[in-house]
Ligand binder design. Structure first.
Ligand SMILES: Cc1cc2nc3c(=O)[nH]c(=O)nc-3n(C[C@H](O)[C@H](O)[C@H](O)COP(=O)(O)O)c2cc1C
Length: 223
């Protein structure tokens, strides 16, 4: 598949078939992802690949914790509130409206919203979950590197017909993830990702997230 086709094929998948993803195939994806660039080539990415019993335990324990302590939902690394203002807030709302429309969740139905967001912690039923961590003493430049790694992995998956969804949701309830996966104390848990075979019949997978036109974000100088 040409790269430009993989770029267009990739989109976030939020419903998966139960069919397993063989370890060898995941290793192939990681082989591709490690080609991602990183500042001074420090390759700061670390990833826990989770399936089977461990995946089940992670899901069970995070969901239980979320029910008993829903307020314990902040990322462990410093975050800023900028995404909660326009134009970002407006884009977030557009996405939410489209997604909840496909899921037939009425506006303002808090209980259904809570349940749907909880699907993140089931990796949307994907057979494989990925948890990305980074050493605590690295800064924003290295977070960029992990983002590039993740996108390379998602494109490699798209090329093979696999679906993915990057999941910032996994930077919440990180105390549980740390305990279950034995993540060292000197690493932040920064993101998760669902990986599996897309359920083509699921309405939510019809979501096409809008994009701003090039001229809304690019300024050309010296042309
Ligand atoms: C860093 C990052 C974190 C994300 N976190 C979540 C998440 O927690 N849950 C979710 O359903 N989607 C999540 N997404 C998916 C975005 O909503 C999605 O990429 C965006 O709406 C664009 O849609 P597309 O991926 O289908 O092109 C995340 C994406 C990125 C890049």
């Amino acid at each position: 598949m040409p790269l430009s086709d993989a770029l267009r094929a990739r989109k976030s998948i939020r419903a998966f078939k139960p069919d397993p993803v063989p370890e060898a195939l995941i290793r192939d994806l990681l082989e591709d992802a490690r080609r991602a660039p990183s500042g001074t080539n420090i390759q700061p990415w670390k990833v826990h690949v989770v399936a089977g019993d461990v995946r089940q335990r992670l899901e069970r324990e995070v969901l239980a914790h979320r029910e008993t302590d829903p307020e314990d939902a902040a990322a462990e690394f410093p975050r800023k509130p900028g995404a909660r203002r326009d134009p970002y807030l407006g884009r977030m709302r557009t996405l939410g409206k489209a997604m909840y429309g496909l899921l037939e969740i009425p506006k303002g139905d808090q209980a259904a919203n809570w349940r749907q967001w909880g699907r993140n912690y089931q990796f949307f039923d994907a057979p494989v979950g990925l948890i990305f961590t980074i050493d605590r003493d690295l800064d924003a430049m290295s977070f960029l590197d992990v983002g590039m790694f993740m996108q390379t992995l998602m494109l490699a998956a798209a090329e093979r017909g696999l679906g993915t969804c990057a999941q910032g949701a996994w930077n919440n309830f990180w105390t549980v993830t740390r305990r279950v996966l034995e993540v060292p104390e000197d690493e932040y848990i920064i993101c998760g990702m669902s990986l599996g075979w897309p359920d083509e019949a699921a309405a939510v997978n019809r979501l096409e997230a809008e994009r701003e036109p090039v001229d809304a974000f690019a300024r050309f100088h010296g042309f």
